[in-house]
Design a protein around this ligand. Structure first.
Ligand code: HAM
Length: 415
């Protein structure tokens, strides 16, 4: 037997209604905020992700599915959407056409990570990106959309963690101070963190090593290095969140695992997730459009992991009453009525009802059993007499009542 690739999962029919449910919510809420969907190919030239996500990051160093295709080009299965989406906007000249672009996406992404609960090699993200505003209002709109989405799904007790990485100037100042500190404690740090000093020092703030964490307690914090402009932006974001009653916690050690961020960064965490507690994250990326060959355009967005979202929703029991109900199961006394049965099914489907026909020529008794097992509301019983007289017997399986109905009356029948 051939197995699926490690870290990938089939989404089986019994589970699909949960996916449809959250996908419908994504569509509905993004529509309320005026966001439009954008779809891009699942693979891109490697350079789309390489420099933008950053050479010192885990994603680029260890996690990308990169291969050379038959013409010798380096191709990467997308590990995230933001860089691919910006590539598409620049290529299609969309930023020149409308100053503000509000976009959303949903689809599969690929990272070669060690699989565990809530961590897969093919996973799904839902995300939004708002391009064309440098102001705090856009950071706030993005977070507000996420908040509305979570609440509409019944998630009220998530944690929003927020930080500012400031503009480039602030970040450079901070990096110098932080490097000084790191050098003074270098020998005490974990091997991983020591290696990062030269490649991506800010990521050390994110270290999961207990000893590193203790040492970092005394490290300088980025919020003390924000210049006027950066501070003003961050203050405007937190003030608005407060006024809008969106709870948050500031964590000056939050840096996120992608290099394109500036100013606001944030993550959504949930206690229902265990060690992979972050189910969404995002931030501002004012330099990315220019980096990918477009005109300098400020932007902000976020993405959430749909598998992690579903883990939370399952624990909240919100899928409890989502049985996939059938309206009618057509039961024939004999197989001679099968064409008539399919005609009747057509009439019923024309009214928007979900109807199943018997396909295995089973006995009437077996068909009735199937009708009950499939949780159908009605058994539509057909025999020789019914065919002759253009009618059906409609048996209400929930109330054990039945009546004869002419085909001509089926259209107006109140099911
Ligand atoms: P990210 O934090 O790398 O951000 O990913 C966003 C979310 O995707 C995570 O919070 C997590 O829920 C989910 N995720 C990531 N990797 C995995 C995995 N291996 N298995 C399951 N779920 C996973 C981004 O990707 C940015 N593009 C977000 C963004 C949008 N920033 C600005 N705009």
């Amino acid at each position: 037997m051939i197995q699926a690739i490690r870290g990938t999962k089939d989404i089986l029919p019994d589970n699909i209604s949960k996916w449809h449910y959250v996908e419908e919510k994504f569509k509905k809420i993004t529509q309320l905020f005026g966001y439009k969907e954008l779809r891009t190919p699942i693979f891109e030239k490697t350079e789309v992700f390489h420099r933008t996500i950053g050479e010192g990051t885990d994603i680029v160093n260890k996690e990308m599915y990169t291969f050379t295709d038959r013409s010798g080009d380096s191709i990467t299965l997308r590990p995230e959407m933001t860089a691919a989406l910006v590539r598409s906007l620049v290529q299609n000249n969309l930023l020149a056409q409308t100053k503000l672009q509000r976009l959303w996406y949903f689809g599969p992404f690929f990272r070669y990570e060690r699989p565990q609960k809530g961590r897969q090699r093919q996973f799904h993200q839902f995300g939004i990106e708002c391009l064309g505003s440098e102001f705090a209002e856009s950071d706030v709109e993005v977070i507000q959309l996420a908040d509305v989405l979570f609440k509409s799904l019944g998630i009220t007790d998530y944690n929003l963690i927020i930080n500012s990485l400031g503009n480039e100037n602030s970040r450079n100042q901070y990096r110098l101070a932080f490097l000084d500190y790191l050098k003074s404690v270098k020998s005490e740090l974990s091997d991983d963190s020591q290696n990062r000093i030269d490649t991506n020092p800010l990521r050390i703030l994110d270290s999961k090593d207990e000893n590193d964490k203790r040492i970092l307690e005394n490290a300088p914090v980025i919020l003390d290095y924000l210049d006027e402009e950066s501070k003003e932006h961050f203050d405007a974001v937190t003030k608005a969140l407060n006024e809008l009653d969106i709870d948050f916690t500031i964590n000056p050690k939050l840096v996120r695992g992608l290099d394109y961020y500036s100013h606001t960064v944030f993550e959504f965490q949930s206690e229902y997730l265990g060690s992979q507690d972050s189910f969404g994250g995002g931030g501002r990326y004012d330099g990315l459009v220019e980096q990918l060959g477009g005109k300098s355009t400020p932007a902000v967005g976020f993405a959430l992991g749909v598998e992690r979202l579903l883990i939370i929703l399952e624990q909240l029991d919100i899928f409890n009453n989502m049985e996939d109900e059938i309206d009618c199961y057509i039961v024939m006394r004999g197989n001679e009525q099968s064409i008539y049965a399919q005609q009747v099914a057509s009439i019923l489907r024309g009214q928007g009802l979900k109807v199943l026909n018997e396909l295995n020529r089973r006995s009437m008794k077996a068909q009735m059993r199937e009708a009950n097992r499939s949780n159908a509301k009605y058994a539509v019983i057909i025999g020789e007499d019914e065919v002759k007289e253009n009618k059906v017997i409609l048996k209400n399986l929930k109330e054990s009542k039945q009546e004869e109905v002419l085909l001509t009356e089926l259209n107006g029948y109140k099911f």
